[in-house]
Design a protein around this ligand. Sequence first.
Ligand code: 13P
Length: 244
Amino acid sequence: MRTPLIAGNWKMNGLADAATVLAGQVVDAVSAVDGVDIVVCPPACHLERVATAIAGSNVALGAQNCAEVPLGARTGEVATEMLADLGARYVIVGHSERRQFYAETDELIAQRFQYALGAGLRPILCVGETLEARESGQTEAVIAAQVDAVKTVLGESGFGDGIIAYEPVWAIGTGRTASADQAQAVHAFIRERVSADLRILYGGSMNAENAESLLDMPDVDGGLIGGASLKADAFAAICAAARQ
Ligand code: 13P
C-alpha cells in the first residue's frame, strides 16, 4: 500500500516571519489529517525556523534542492548532510525551474538523487515535459529519459525510498492543470519503469478544487503543490482529499 504524500513547494517565497507564520498555520490546519504523509519545503534559509515551528506535528520538513557531492568546496550549495542535520527528511531534485533557469541536466539530477538517498533523505525527483514536447508527441520520450537517468546512476532498483513527481511544465503556475486522465496516463507510463511501491506525485496547478479528481486516479499517489501550498487552508484541503 502506498501512503499518499502531499508536499508543499514554497519555492522562493516569503521572508522569515512569513515562513514561521505559514508553518504554524499549516500545522494547525492539517493536525486532524491522518493516513497522509505531509511535507513542507521552504527556502533553504528558512529550514531551521520551519523545523522549529513544525516540531512534534504531523508535518515533515523538506528542502528544495541539494548538492551532488559531500561537504566541501562548493560555494553557494547546500549538502545533503546539512539538510539532514537541520531535520529535513525529504528533498526535491530536478524541479523544472532548476532545469530551465540553472541548466541542470538529467545526470546532475541523478547524482543529487543518489546523494540524498545516501544522507537518509527521501528525494523527490521531478520530471515533466514542456508544451512543445507534448504537442510534438515527445512526452513519453522526455519522461523516460528523465527517469532512466536515475537508473543509469543508481541501477534498476536505485530509487530506494525516493519519490517521483510528474510535473508537466505547461501546468506549473499556469492554472492549466493536466486532466485526471492525462496525469494517469503518464503516471502509468512511469509506473512501468519503476517499482510498484514507488510513490508518484502529480504537480502543476493542483488546488483544493481539482485535487480530488487527480488523487482518485490509481497511479496518482499524492501531489507536489506550488501556489496553493502558500495558503494553509488550501493546502490542508488538498491533504484531506488525499486521505485514503
Ligand atoms: P503550482 O502548483 O504553482 O503550479 O506549482 C507546481 C510546482 O511547481 C510544484 O513543485
